[in-house]
Design a protein around this ligand. Structure first.
Ligand code: ZN
Length: 501
């Protein structure tokens, strides 16, 4: 008779096939699908997702996991098999707690909410989105209650994206960040004229931008035999298997950092996916440890490498050769300072490294207040603007540039935003560890050599996929838990130098 473990693996592999087929349909929707395909595509995706969910929460899977639980307790904790049973048991318990009618209602409400949000944002009309957002808050409260919690209603929502992370821990980290970042932003705001980034706004040929991006991702180790890059309005990365990882990017003729840093960002996600141990293929462990850990890799390649002096010193001559008219008279140091310019701004996705996390804190605080009933949804725009004034010294002139800017709430996602900040913190923690273990790392980067860094990341992080929780992974890699210290040191050192503080 086939072992229980093999039976479980077979069933999970089939479920993963459905999920990955869904990923392919979404990728196509965002890259090549003509608009006429939208309605049918929504049905196709819904069918695949519903089927995958039904198969996963079946009694059969539950029985197999229960039968294996005792046996698995004696297996090596680090083995693929023990991790598989551990993670699946966790996923299964969570998935079973959500009633199917609640899942269906979320799908219905968010489809309508997304449409309303698109129009509301366009016309800067919050009242149009308000009834939808009210329903979404209500549904999130029901989800939190179904999943269960002890301290904060936010805990189970956060846990969906960052397993084991608690709201109180995030709040403590944000308080620590805020205490240092607010004065830093104020100090820099008084010296904004120290950095001029006008050189970045000179028009450049988009085909050359595309070509340069491809050169860079090949150099840093993205395998184009096991992946490709396409264009999309909102850049993203997805994977259909470890041997087929898709990046997308966008090109702006009047601001070429959009393409370069967007490409590096998505490539960081893609390197993670390509680096997962092939033995984990079709097990559901062939994924990142969490959204925060995934984001740590995109941020590491985008900011800690891409916006670093060694990287820019290496690539600047190549950029000058590609864009002689725009960059011929510029030096590498001016360019380095330009791509690291700090500017308090209204839009999160355009924020620099210093101000970015303040945008996240604001959202985290508003989400908590809405869920706890401390803030009426109708009053969110006012609360948003007050926090923008407090944190960044700016008030959005309209809700399109304020509370309506992000897609997340319309998609039903509460508890998601903090993972961006966790990713920023982890990127520095991991990179500091890599520098300790590979002493000449920065010299290697300055001469365009990335193999040692990639090998270190693969060994420490990528190959494990989702075998460990984020907390376990950080502890294994750095010997300590998540901390804001490394990140704050990095920011203080880098930007004090640039702004002469
Ligand atoms: Zn990302």
């Amino acid at each position: 008779m086939e072992s229980k473990l093999n039976q479980l693996k077979t069933r999970i592999a089939e479920i993963q096939d459905l999920r990955k087929a869904g990923a392919l349909l979404s990728w196509d929707q965002q890259t090549y699908m003509p608009p006429g395909g939208a309605a049918a595509r929504a049905e196709q995706l819904a069918t695949l997702q519903k089927t995958a969910h039904t198969w996963f929460v079946s009694d059969e899977i539950g029985q197999l996991l229960e039968d294996l639980e005792t046996e698995a307790a004696s297996w090596d904790y680090d083995s693929d098999e023990a991790s598989l049973v551990r993670m699946l048991t966790r996923d299964y318990r969570k998935a079973r707690k959500l009633p199917p009618d609640l899942i269906a209602e979320i799908a219905r409400v968010t489809t309508l909410a997304f449409e309303a949000w698109t129009r509301a944002r366009q016309d800067s009309d919050f009242p149009l989105f308000l009834p939808h957002l009210e329903k979404i808050v209500e549904l999130n409260i029901r989800v939190a209650e179904a999943l269960g919690y002890q301290e904060c209603i936010y805990d189970p929502l956060l846990d969906q994206f960052e397993p084991d992370m608690k709201t109180a821990q995030v709040a403590a980290i944000f308080a620590e960040l805020k205490a240092e970042l607010l004065p830093l932003v104020r100090a820099i705001s008084e010296r904004l004229d120290r950095v001029d980034d006008s050189v970045l706004h000179r028009p450049t040929d988009v085909d050359k931008q595309w070509q340069f991006g491809l050169e860079v991702i090949k150099d840093i180790g993205f395998d184009l035999e096991r992946g490709r890059q396409d264009k999309s309005v909102h850049p993203f990365t997805t994977s259909f298997s470890i041997g087929d990882v898709r990046l997308t990017t966008r090109l702006d003729p009047n601001y070429f950092p959009t393409a370069l840093f967007g490409t590096l960002h998505e490539c960081g996600h893609g390197l993670y996916e390509q680096g997962i141990d092939p033995a984990l293929e079709r097990t559901s462990l062939d994924d990142g440890a969490s959204l925060g850990v995934h984001e740590s890799q995109s941020r590491l390649w985008e900011n800690l490498i891409g916006r670093s002096r060694p990287f820019i010193q290496h690539y600047f001559p190549r950029l000058q050769a590609l864009f002689p008219e725009q960059l011929g008279e510029v030096d590498s140091e001016t360019f380095y300072r330009a791509v690291n310019r700090v500017q308090p701004s209204l839009i999160r996705v355009e924020a620099d490294e210093v101000t970015y996390n303040l945008h996240i804190m604001l959202r985290f605080e508003l989400e908590n207040d809405m869920l706890e009933g401390k803030l009426r949804v109708a009053d969110v725009p006012e609360a948003w603007n007050a926090k923008m004034q407090e944190y960044l010294g700016l008030v959005p002139p309209n809700d399109r540039l304020g509370v309506l800017q992000d897609v997340h709430w319309s998609s039903g996602l509460f508890g998601y935003f903090p993972t961006y900040t966790l990713g920023n913190l982890l990127s520095v923690q991991f990179f500091d560890q890599a520098k300790q273990e590979v002493p000449d790392l920065l010299d290697q980067i300055a001469s365009g050599k990335f193999e040692a860094l990639l090998a270190w990341l693969r060994n420490a992080i990528y190959r494990h996929g989702r075998k460990y929780t984020p907390g376990e992974l950080v502890q294994r890699v750095t010997g300590q838990g998540l901390t804001a210290r490394n990140y704050l040191n990095y920011i203080r050192t880098k930007f004090s130098e640039i702004y002469g503080l």
